[in-house]
Design a protein around this ligand. Structure first.
Ligand SMILES: Cc1cc2nc3c(=O)[nH]c(=O)nc-3n(C[C@H](O)[C@H](O)[C@H](O)COP(=O)(O)OP(=O)(O)OC[C@H]3O[C@@H](n4cnc5c(N)ncnc54)[C@H](O)[C@@H]3O)c2cc1C
Length: 427
């Protein structure tokens, strides 16, 4: 895939980032966060700057260049008994992208976002200087960079705390859930026992089955007795073609959803297996996005605050069932308290993410969902967004003025920008 902008790849990120308007990792953000604001803008690609710089096997503290991918990190460190403290649902992301989006994982209710485990950053500022920052050194810069979508500086190096794991196997418990109210209860109960939880929702179901789905919970298997993980074949499957635009429609999605739901037995089923399919189910099919056809898809992800009550989640599901076009992918997660990143996404509450095939109606659907999310005090996840309007973003983001003040301080000439900042932040 070729992306617009003057993309510069260099294994010396100091060189590539000089004069760049934006940094880009593996471009796994769904929307326009890693796209340039203007065709002539220089983009620093980080992917060749992927060296491990230091690792302390006693403490688990790792420092690496920001282009290191999570897949590479897992390949090297999982067999040695270490894992990232927080993992998104794909390992084809870079450390820089994980910090800039302050990614969350299935363990947000316990461990917060990735940024909570970052100890230090080396940053090239907009004016060219290279500085270190951490929770105690230039803390305002640090907290602006965490979740700051690359708009406060180019991250050159990331130092963070790895987590010891007893084995590279995961014990999982899976259960079918009858509707959205049961889902919220089941997530709450599972969160007390399991470090990793998430649910798949059939977002086309209605009536008493509205929000039915499958809850998955997991934990690391103890070393003693952990089953030997079968070899995981990476990228063995590739989606071969762009499906015709209408191939994924309400009927095919409904059939898929019903089949997936009923493929899981009633009650609880337990299993043990390698970690990768549990954390990264979509990574097993390369180019899976082609299933949505040439016009592609967007993902709408929001968090509804706990204070808004279960009624808010129920009403959101009603909106989704009545408006969202044909989606086989809808994920629900429990979020813990808001983190330190100034624009970090999660807040205490329920996050729902849904893939939507792009149609002429998508803008209207996103507008409607955003209006509802704003009414609950919730917000959307910037790294997934492509359609939110500036006025809606301002209405849902009380921290925006703080973030803009940080930009005025650390980028007074407004040199750093992206298509996303152009759309949402008045650049
Ligand atoms: C299948 C799939 C599942 C996902 N699941 C989750 C999930 O569970 N939780 C979650 O939180 N996210 C999830 N994501 C989103 C993904 O984790 C984020 O979009 C992440 O930022 C992508 O990393 P990247 O290296 O591809 O960054 P890019 O997409 O290249 O960039 C994303 C943003 O980070 C900035 N950036 C990247 N590198 C740097 C750098 N070195 N310095 C400064 N800024 C930088 C870019 O400017 C841009 O604003 C998922 C994405 C996919 C495709």
């Amino acid at each position: 895939m070729s992306l617009p902008g003057r993309e510069v790849k260099d294994e010396r990120l100091e060189r590539a980032s000089e004069g760049a308007a934006l940094a880009r990792g593996l471009a796994r953000s769904y929307g326009d966060a890693s796209l340039p604001a203007a065709a002539g803008d220089k983009l620093a690609s980080t992917v060749l700057a992927n060296r491990l710089l230091s690792f302390n096997p006693e403490s688990g503290v790792l420092r690496a260049e920001s282009g290191l991918s999570l897949a590479e990190l897992n390949r090297i460190f999982m067999p040695q008994g270490w894992f990232t403290p927080v993992s998104p649902g794909t390992q084809f992301v870079t450390l820089g992208g994980m910090v800039a989006s302050d990614v969350h994982g299935k363990n947000h209710h316990r461990d917060g976002c990735f940024g909570a485990h970052v100890l230090g950053l080396r940053v090239r500022l907009a004016e060219g200087d290279i500085v270190e920052c951490s929770p105690s050194l230039r803390a305002d810069l640090f907290h602006g960079c965490v979740g700051g979508m690359g708009l406060l500086g180019h991250l050159l190096e990331v130092e963070f705390q790895l987590r010891p794991i007893p084995s590279s196997c995961i014990l999982t418990e899976t259960r079918r859930v009858a509707n959205i109210s049961d889902f919220l209860d089941a997530l709450r109960v599972a969160a007390q026992r399991w470090p990793y939880t998430m649910g798949w929702i059939d977002c086309l179901s209605r009536g008493p089955q509205l929000g039915r789905g499958v809850l998955m919970a997991g934990d690391w298997a103890p070393r003693a007795g952990a089953p030997r993980p079968p070899r995981v074949r990476r990228g063995a499957l590739r989606f071969p073609i762009d499906l015709p635009h209408g191939a994924l429609n309400r009927h095919t999605a409904r059939a898929f959803n019903a089949a997936f739901f009923h493929a899981h037995p009633r009650g609880v089923s337990a299993s043990a297996g390698p970690a990768e399919p549990f954390f990264y189910p979509l990574d097993r099919v390369l180019d899976w996005n082609r299933a949505y056809g040439k016009r592609g898809f967007t993902q709408y992800q929001c968090v509804l605050p706990r204070d808004a009550g279960p009624e808010a989640v129920l009403e959101f599901m009603h909106h989704l069932a009545s408006t969202a076009s044909s989606s086989p992918l809808c994920v629900i997660k429990d979020c813990g308290p808001q983190g330190r990143g100034v624009l970090s996404f999660p807040m205490e509450g329920t996050s729902i993410a849904v893939d939507m095939r792009i149609t002429d109606d998508t803008q209207r659907v996103v507008d409607r969902l955003n209006a509802f999310v704003i009414s609950t005090g919730g917000r959307i996840y910037l790294t997934k967004d492509q359609f939110t309007r500036r006025a809606h973003f301002a209405a849902m983001e009380p921290r925006l003025e703080h973030f803009q003040a940080l930009r005025r301080r650390w980028d007074p000439q407004r040199r750093l920008r992206s298509a996303l900042s152009l759309r949402l932040l008045e650049d």
